[in-house]
Design a protein around this ligand. Structure first.
Ligand SMILES: [Zn+2]
Length: 151
């Protein structure tokens, strides 16, 4: 059986848009995409400018030291996981090394300290650090110095 053609002719009007209209539409689409990329509530969040600046701030605050194991950290870790509703705020973020960040994954901990203790245990490293304090670098330096002189 042949179906009756139901599509009205105005359906095709779209192909007759002027090139200016098309250009305008593309511009709008681009603007919308940018808006989407900077929205904290989407999967593309880690590419957003917001995250990049936050990430930089966290690394700066913690002086590039993993707050869990004391190694060099290049990542900003959500203490309470983002996928479980953790906030993108400085209080919920600490500098972490790749290993610690990956190992913790989306596990939920009651506090930074409990997370740190767990990570130190499962990663077989000696935990060095209290949560970000101003004298962090000095402590580490002193510790490394002591180790160097002991051995
Ligand atoms: Zn670490």
């Amino acid at each position: 059986m042949r179906r009756k053609h139901k599509t009205p002719s105005r359906y095709y009007a779209g192909s007759l848009r002027s090139k200016y209209a098309i250009r305008e539409e593309r511009k709008q689409a681009k603007a919308e995409r940018a808006k989407y990329d900077n929205d904290p509530a989407n999967h593309n969040f880690y590419h957003s400018d917001f995250w990049k600046s936050l990430h930089k701030q966290v690394i700066e605050r913690d002086q590039g030291i993993c707050q869990y194991c004391g190694a060099t950290g290049t990542q900003a870790d959500h203490i309470y996981p983002r996928s479980k509703g953790g906030k993108d705020a400085m209080e919920n973020l600490v500098c972490a090394c790749k290993g610690c960040n990956k190992r913790a994954g989306a596990r939920i901990f009651t506090s930074f300290e409990s997370k740190r203790r767990w990570l130190v245990k499962v990663r077989h490293v000696e935990g060095v650090i209290e949560p970000a304090s101003g004298t962090l670098r000095d402590k580490l330096r002193a510790r490394r110095l002591a180790e160097a002189t002991a051995s």
